[in-house]
Design a binder for this molecule. Structure first.
Ligand code: FAD
Length: 397
């Protein structure tokens, strides 16, 4: 009988893995993709929706090509349990699906409990994260539109590692761009648990000092411990409370809930999932492959969509090889580029190349590879939009 691969999560990692198992097996392996959302909504470019220069429709893509062109069976449901012994996945709708190989790419779980008061403030819609693109992205935009001129937008950042290292700084820049043009008496406060800007620091700081002088204020070493939605307060371990009209509080993150439920989170205080970097097979369960933000990353590798897409291709190759009985001993070479929009069209990037090191069984950043922009340019803005169009086509097309 035909081999069956089940994929949990139709985001950057899961959708790519589903498509590439089909392509690399010449459509001989059956693939089932489990994803509750009707369409794919991209986190990359979503900060521009928050800033107001793009619409949510521009970052939304259907799943129809995966089904129509690649013959993937899409199940619109959530996985609620994985039985790694019986090799099956249970769905919220009640069905159970058996697999020969399983790909798990559920993204991150936001740990609301890491900030006192956040769970209730999130549930009531008063304090948003918008760290999973979709309706919350639009809701955060509405909060900014409703804020009177002269107000304060505060974004709080957890200790690294978290999803998308430059993401919070890009978002702060987007909100600053909006304020500069439409609410010039308003302020952006960046409250960072880390000692300093964790990605493209000098570039962002220069933009804030020059382009957004008097609008953006950055405070490092500010670990948020509590929020008071009613009073509009952010509270810290040592510093004085901060008042803001729009609070965008990002809590600590860990592997997606289904990965935790299945016990795949065997690294870093049970926050992330250990994998063999030659295949992305879980070190906690056989025939299970974890890709994307849920994994324990090697040093200097970001939790990015670009990386998730690359993990997925390595995993797909390993799965097809295992099912065919081929012996592989790959040395994967991955690269990453993260573009950040500092306004509606100017962009900076950071790039890196990561090579598998057989002796130490990890990825090492290739010396002399990658680098950062010298400063924001419109040309890089064109590259950034082309990067997005290309990765959406590669993942879903
Ligand atoms: P996701 O893409 O989030 O996919 C997870 C999917 O799993 C979701 O569709 C979810 O619905 C589904 N799912 C979860 N649980 C279950 C379940 N139990 N059953 C079934 N399905 C489930 N990266 C870049 O490379 N470049 C950028 O410019 C960039 N900008 C960003 C900006 C922002 C504001 C943010 C928040 C992130 C950004 N990222 C960027 C990071 C990127 O979005 C993530 O690294 C990437 O989405 C990770 O892929 P993933 O497959 O792990 O998770």
């Amino acid at each position: 009988s035909r081999a069956k691969v089940v994929v949990i999560g139709g985001g950057y990692g899961g959708a790519t893995a589903a498509k590439y198992v089909r392509l690399l097996s010449d459509h001989k392996i059956d693939v089932v993709l489990i994803e509750p959302n009707e369409a794919f909504v991209s986190c990359p470019i979503s900060n521009l929706v928050v800033g107001g220069s793009r619409q949510i429709a521009e970052i939304t893509s259907p799943y129809t090509e995966l089904t129509r062109r690649h013959g993937i069976v899409r199940v619109r449901d959530s996985a609620t349990a994985i039985d790694t012994t019986a090799r099956s996945v249970k769905l919220a709708g009640g069905a159970t699906i058996a697999y020969d190989k399983l790909v798990v790419s559920p993204g991150v779980e936001l740990q609301f409990g890491s900030i006192e008061g956040l769970q209730a403030a999130h549930a009531s819609g008063q304090i948003l994260q918008a760290w999973k693109a979709g309706p919350e992205t639009v809701a955060l935009r509405r909060q900014l539109e409703a804020m009177p001129d002269g107000g304060v937008y505060a974004i709080t950042i957890p200790e690294a590692p978290y999803r998308c290292p430059p993401g919070p700084y890009e978002r702060a820049s987007q909100v600053a761009w909006y304020f500069k043009h439409f609410k010039p008496r308003s302020k952006v406060l960046i409250l960072d648990a880390n000692p300093d800007v964790t990605s493209k620091g000098p570039l962002f700081k220069k933009v804030w000092a020059e382009q957004y002088k008097g609008i953006v204020e950055y405070r490092g070493q500010h670990k948020t411990v509590a929020v008071d939605a009613k009073a509009g307060l952010v509270k810290f371990e040592v510093h004085e409370d901060v008042k803001a009209q729009v609070i965008n509080a990002l809590p600590s993150m860990r592997a997606g809930a289904i990965a935790v439920q299945a016990g795949l989170n065997n690294m870093a205080n049970n926050r992330w999932c250990g994998v063999n970097y030659q295949s992305f097979e879980s070190t906690a369960a056989r025939d299970v492959f974890v890709v994307g933000d849920s994994i324990q990353i090697a040093p200097a590798m970001p939790k990015s969509g670009h990386m998730a897409n690359s993990h997925a291709k390595v995993a797909a190759a390993a799965i097809v090889a295992q099912l065919a009985g081929w012996e592989l001993n790959p040395a994967p070479m991955l690269n990453n580029t993260c573009y950040s929009f500092v306004d509606d069209r100017n962009v900076v990037h950071v790039a890196s190349v990561h090579a598998y090191d057989a002796a130490e069984k990890t990825f090492k950043t290739v010396a002399g590879s990658g680098g950062v922009s010298t400063g924001p340019t419109e040309l890089e803005g064109v590259y950034a939009m082309n990067w997005a169009q290309n990765i959406w086509a590669d993942t879903l097309g």
